[in-house]
Each structure stands twice: as C-alpha cells, then as structure tokens.
Write a protein that binds this ligand. Structure first.
Ligand SMILES: *Cc1c(COP(=O)(O)O)cnc(C)c1O
Length: 435
C-alpha cells in the first residue's frame, strides 16, 4: 500500500482554517474536529448513495452516515423528492400540519410500544423532555444512568460516576452546577447487583432509569437481554419509569427499535437521527396515560417553535416508509453480518486482538481481546490503533467516524460490492497495524 501519496486535503485545510474565525474550534459539534485522528476534518460537499465527496474532490465510501440518520444512504430519491415538493409550499407555519399527522400515524400504527408521541427538533431535546416528563409523572427528581451511555448534551446527563463507591454523578462539562450533577446517579452497565443496590437505597428519590438499550455512543456495548429485562422488572418494583433512549437504535434495529428487538416495554422512548430522514427531528413517546401529562393536556410544559416542521416531517415520512418495505431489515442485517464476519475471520485467524461487534446495521471495531460490555473495559491505549486505521482508510477512500469510540453504520445504499471492497481494505490495514 502506497502511503507516500497522501490524499489531497488542501481545500478542506483552507476551509477549516477559515472556520476557526467563525466557530469555536472551527466546528459546530466537537467530534467533527478530527481531534482524535490525524489531519483536518474533511469538508463534504455532496453525497450520493453510499458515497460522499469532499471539497477537494476525494470520494469516500461512508460508514458514518451523518452519525446514524442516513439509513437509506445519501440523497435518497424519495426523500429528496418529498422534501422538494414540500419546501416549494413554504418552510414553516408554526401551526399543525397534515404532514405531522402523516408521520405521527405512520409511527404509531407500526410501533406496538407507543401510543402517542411528541415531535421536537433533536435527540437532546427529546431526552431532556422525556426526563422532565418522568419527573412530572412520578413527582420524584433523581435520574439513574449508566456509565458508557450518551444521551445528548442535557445538563444532568453530562455526568460520570464519582470516585470509589459513590454513585452520585460528577459533571463531565464545565458549566453544569454540582447540584444538577447530583440529581444523577451513575452505575456500570450490565451489573444487576449495582442496579438492585442503588434502587434499594435511592429508589424513593429516583424518577427514571435512562438507558441506551443498545449502547452505541462509547463503542457498541451490547447488553445481555437478561440485564435489560432486569431493568424493566426492577423499575416496576421501585415505581421508577424506564426510558429507552433509542435516538440511535430507533428504526435502526427494526422499525420498533430495541424495544421490539428485545420485546421489552419501556415507559418512555426517545428518538432522533433516523426519524427525520436527515432533517433535524427528535421525538419522545409513551403510553397514552403518561403522554397525557404533557402540555396542553397536562402540567408538564414542553414546546418548540420549529417542532414538527413540515419539511422535516416530509423527510421523515419518506424515509420511514422505505423502512417498512418487506425484508428491509433482514437484508441490512445479513449484509452487515457478512461484512463483519469477513474481517473477524481474518483477524481471528491471525490472532490479532480485534473484536468486531455488530447488531443489525451497526458495527464497532474494537482493538481488544475479549468482548466488551462495559465502558471501563475499553483500553484508551487501543485508540492509537484506531487512529492508524482511520488514517489509512481515508487514504483508500473509506470514511469512518473520526473517533474509535464511534460505531459505524451500514446503509441500504451500501452494496455487497461496497462492503466486500471495504472488508478487503480493512483487512489490509489490520495487517499493517499488527505487523
Ligand atoms: C445522538 C444521540 C443523542 C443526541 O441527539 P442530538 O440530535 O445529537 O441532540 C441522544 N441520545 C443518543 C442515544 C444518541 O445517540
């Protein structure tokens, strides 16, 4: 492999230098800055299907897919046409629209774990609102979360476990009062004992347990089904609401997301990413009695100027309709499994410490000997290997999210040939890394 011939990043470098004048760190969301991999971030100008092209004209097979929303790939024709048709009539009215009803109906009719939903404009907003709802319903204030789950940049959820046995949170960002962080308890994933212990001790103060049922923001930390079932039972027992944060897993692992996959009924589900078909949409949903607490029906206030924006509703509707085609998820799962197995077979045969984790069309490349199910099992040193992988793959036209803690996404637009090509290149780079 020729690594002397570096891909041209001239225009991206210039644009990034210019962006420093306008945005902190030159970006509008921190991971985009490429801080944990090498070189400037790529400025992308267009995408089509499984590929996207940067401002220097380099083309990449994209496994980031806008961090998850693009399950159909870039610029899907039916999404594009529906957006163009809608936008030609205006962009926002601040009133209810027929399109909102249509997307609401499509979701409610095809999702057995929800009776009603409320649209918002991002995953963070969905989570923030779901937490308020849980507090409003239970009259309790604390939140129990898991180390290694990300729920957007909600104040009380940007926390990690304190030192020692203390389960009260310590904030991971400046600007969060200690009193907010202390409303959150943090325990490890997949640990039924810690869960029982914490609920015994603090259950009377805990409004909700929030979990990514498929934790996919800190590697892919697939949980034992028995742990998720235990969450459900214990939450009932202690009169605590169970929130499944399905901002990534919703519509990704099946139309009914992780709730459907594991057949577990959470009390509240949050959505984002795929639900907007590439436009800014989030949502939260629950049973009718829980949702009746939301204003104007109930006392929990939550509102949004651009909520259920018609153009975004149109994109979401067009995208979700495609997901309901028979065989959609089976095909996504099959090709991703095949892709992951090709790489794993090679690395296992050579004895490389590599674990390819996968569920549906989500995968994660972990440089580790054993399966990882908790955040503290990830070796920060292994990220050096990811950095090399990322760099080589960019040179060969393959784009992964710029951090080893990020998962990869396969879209419906990724062909078997695309995946065979990517597996072959990844294997070559694995050989280089472990030489
Ligand atoms: C992406 C994500 C969020 C935050 O969504 P934004 O749209 O980025 O605000 C929250 N929870 C989970 C599980 C996510 O993956």
């Amino acid at each position: 492999m020729d690594i002397t011939q570096e891909m041209n990043r001239h225009t991206s470098s210039e644009l990034f230098a210019e962006a420093q004048n306008y945005f902190p760190g030159g970006v509008n969301s921190p991971v985009r800055a490429f801080k944990s991999v090498s070189g400037p971030p790529l400025f992308i100008k267009q995408g089509q299907g499984s590929r996207m092209t940067d401002e220097d004209g380099n083309e990449f097979l994209d496994f980031c897919c806008s961090w998850g929303p693009l399950i159909l790939g870039h610029n899907h024709p039916s999404v594009r046409e529906k957006v163009i048709q809608t936008v030609s009539k205006g962009t926002s009215f601040g009133t209810p629209t027929r399109l909102g009803n249509e997307l609401g109906k499509l979701i409610i009719d095809n999702h057995a774990y929800l009776d009603k939903i409320r649209f918002v404009s991002s995953g963070t907003e969905a989570v923030m609102s779901a937490i308020r709802l849980a507090r409003g319903v239970t009259g309790k204030s604390k939140v129990l979360k898991f180390d290694g789950c990300y729920h957007g940049h909600v104040d009380s959820l940007l926390v990690k476990a304190g030192s020692g046995l203390a389960t009260f949170g310590v904030s991971t960002s400046a600007g969060i009062p200690q009193s907010f962080a202390q409303e959150t308890l943090v325990i490890p994933l997949n640990d039924q004992e810690a869960l029982e212990h914490t609920l015994q001790k603090h259950g009377h103060d805990i409004a909700c347990i929030i979990v990514e049922p498929i934790p996919a923001n800190n590697g892919l930390l697939l949980q034992d089904k028995s742990f998720l079932e235990c969450l459900r039972l214990k939450a009932y027992k202690h009169n605590v609401l169970l929130i499944f944060d399905e901002v990534i897993s919703g519509f990704r692992i099946g139309f009914e997301g992780a709730a459907g996959y594991y057949n577990i009924q959470p009390d509240i589900i949050t959505f984002g990413k795929i639900i907007g078909g590439g436009m800014p949409v989030g949502a939260y949903g629950a049973r009718t009695d829980i949702m009746s607490y939301i204003a104007p029906e109930g006392p929990v206030y939550q509102a949004g100027t651009l909520s259920a924006n018609p153009v975004a509703m149109a994109a979401g509707y067009a995208a979700l309709q495609e997901l309901l085609q028979p065989g959609f998820y089976e095909s996504m799962d099959n090709k991703t499994q095949q892709f992951v197995a090709t790489i794993q077979d090679h690395t296992s045969a050579r004895g490389y410490p590599v674990q390819m984790q996968q569920i549906g069309s989500i995968f994660w490349i972990a440089f580790a000997k054993d399966r990882i199910l908790r955040a503290d099992q990830i070796d920060p040193q292994s990220m050096e290997k990811f950095k090399i992988l990322h760099h080589h793959l960019l040179q060969r036209g393959i784009y992964l999210g710029p951090s080893g803690y990020e998962v990869g996404f396969v879209s419906a637009a990724h062909s078997i040939q695309d995946l065979d090509y990517a597996a072959r290149i990844i294997i070559e780079v694995m050989d280089i890394i472990h030489r």
